[in-house]
Ligand binder design. Structure first.
Ligand code: HPA
Length: 257
């Protein structure tokens, strides 16, 4: 089954008709929100609001482990994260969309693994390609079918937040090879890998990153709000296209715990 993790601006999924909500308890504590079970245009999906339904949980306090555990436990096999980012690459102006294929993790102090000391030999997972390629391809198909242009691949810099960056920090990220910057991509992507979820992200730029283009003097929250609204509306069609796909077969080539 398809799971959708909605970020900023997507605390509710427009067009989702909810059959029931379920509070899930996990060994890692409470998820950000109850899971909403329902359908998008007749196709079953499970929706989770990453920051809670009232958008009250900041990125560094999201219980990523509980969120992914809850989805996994409810038989979700594939997850799309809808993420907002600041654009660093010239092709990621506000409103532009990317399906990233790489991540640099600058976060700290977050719970980054399900692996805890249990006396068993330590295992290490490959994370060369941090997103599930099958899910990336599905996201890109869904975007194409919705006639939404997008950047196919890019480097997502995951930062700690909740503050936005300084101009110098963005220049450093650009020098490191980052194309976009967001606050929630890690440890989410890695935890999904650990637990065997086929996970990819659709990243929507809602502002130029600090110091770039019309964010030279500062980032305008009014622009973010306005862009977010129109992006969410456009992504609705993309998510419907995704939901129409068959998610019954288990994902291929997934490392599992
Ligand atoms: N920086 C970090 N995260 C973000 C941004 C940004 O400029 N825009 C949306 N999420």
């Amino acid at each position: 089954m398809l799971g959708i993790i909605g970020g900023s601006g997507l605390t509710k999924l427009p067009g989702l008709s909810i059959s029931h909500r379920q509070v899930i308890r996990t060994p890692f504590g409470e998820p950000s929100s109850p899971l909403s079970f329902g359908d998008l245009n007749g196709h079953p999906v499970v929706f989770m609001a990453r920051h809670g339904y009232g958008h009250t949980i900041p990125p560094h306090l999201v219980n990523y482990r509980a969120n992914l555990w809850a989805l996994h436990e409810q038989k979700v096999s594939h997850v799309v994260s809808v993420a907002t980012v600041g654009g660093i690459h010239p092709d990621l102006k506000p409103g532009d969309i990317c399906v990233p294929d790489q991540i640099i993790d600058y976060t700290h102090g977050r719970e980054t693994t399900f692996v805890e000391y249990n006396g068993k030999p330590v295992t290490h997972l490959d994370f060369t390609w941090p997103y599930c390629e099958e899910m990336r391809q599905r996201c890109m198909d869904a975007l194409r079918r919705a006639n939404e242009p997008f950047m196919a691949g890019g480097v997502y810099a995951a930062v700690q937040g909740p503050r936005l960056e300084t101009k110098a920090e963005i220049e450093r990220l650009a020098g490191d090879g980052a194309d976009m910057v967001g606050m929630t991509g890690m440890p989410e992507a890695y935890l999904a890998r650990e637990i065997g979820l086929c996970y990819a992200a659709i990243a929507a730029s809602v502002n130029w990153a600090a110091g770039r283009s019309d964010s030279a003097a500062g980032i305008s929250f009014e622009t973010i709000e306005r862009t977010l609204e129109s992006v969410v509306e456009r992504l609705r069609g993309v998510l419907i296209n995704l939901a129409c796909m068959d998610f019954n077969a288990p994902p291929a080539n997934q490392d599992r715990l």
